[in-house]
Design a binder for this molecule. Structure first.
Ligand code: ATP
Ligand code: MG
Length: 140
């Protein structure tokens, strides 16, 4: 096991319902440390680039509008096995399939408005962190 960094987003449905602290408490109690964090309004260009991998999926346009519909909190989480650990804490993409006790089971509104994003590999984590943070923003 190794100390890793992963990229996380608290999505607009979470900031709208004032769930920033409640969700951050889940990360911290699972042993993930928030080593960088910023609240931003994602631009359309940022959201399109971030979700480029889904550009041919039918939900792409809706997803970009959702991600730009309100403030988001972009974060870097650090800890043992952080990429996989964060995916476990988040739960399945569709909250109906998410395990009890996961963030998405407890907080998500729908498959789209599912409260959080977490990188799905160490390689993607590094790329995604680089889209939103400079190395000097991250204080481990
Ligand atoms: P994320 O990348 O946000 O961490 P994920 O890796 O669990 O989520 P992906 O398959 O990468 O899921 O989908 C990215 C995001 O697109 C989902 O989190 C969700 O907001 C949205 N999404 C995925 N599938 C659908 C769908 N069928 N309908 C609407 N939105 C969807
Ligand atoms: Mg994904």
């Amino acid at each position: 096991m190794a100390i890793e960094r992963t990229f996380s987003i608290l999505k607009p449905d979470a900031t709208r319902r004032n769930l920033t602290g409640a969700i951050n408490a889940r990360f911290e109690s699972a042993g993930l440390r928030i080593v960088a964090q910023r609240r931003i309004r994602m631009t359309q260009a940022q959201a399109m680039k971030f979700y480029e991998i889904h550009k041919d999926r039918p939900f792409y346009g809706e997803l970009v509008s959702f991600m730009t519909s309100g403030p988001v909190v972009v974060q870097v989480l650090e800890g043992e096995n952080a990429v996989a650990r964060n995916r476990e804490i988040m739960g399945a993409t569709n909250p109906q399939n998410a395990a009890p006790g996961t963030i998405r089971k407890d907080f998500a509104e729908s498959i789209e408005a599912n409260s959080v994003h977490g990188s799905d590999s160490l390689e993607n984590a590094a790329t995604e962190i680089g889209l939103f943070f400079d190395e000097s923003d991250i204080v481990g």
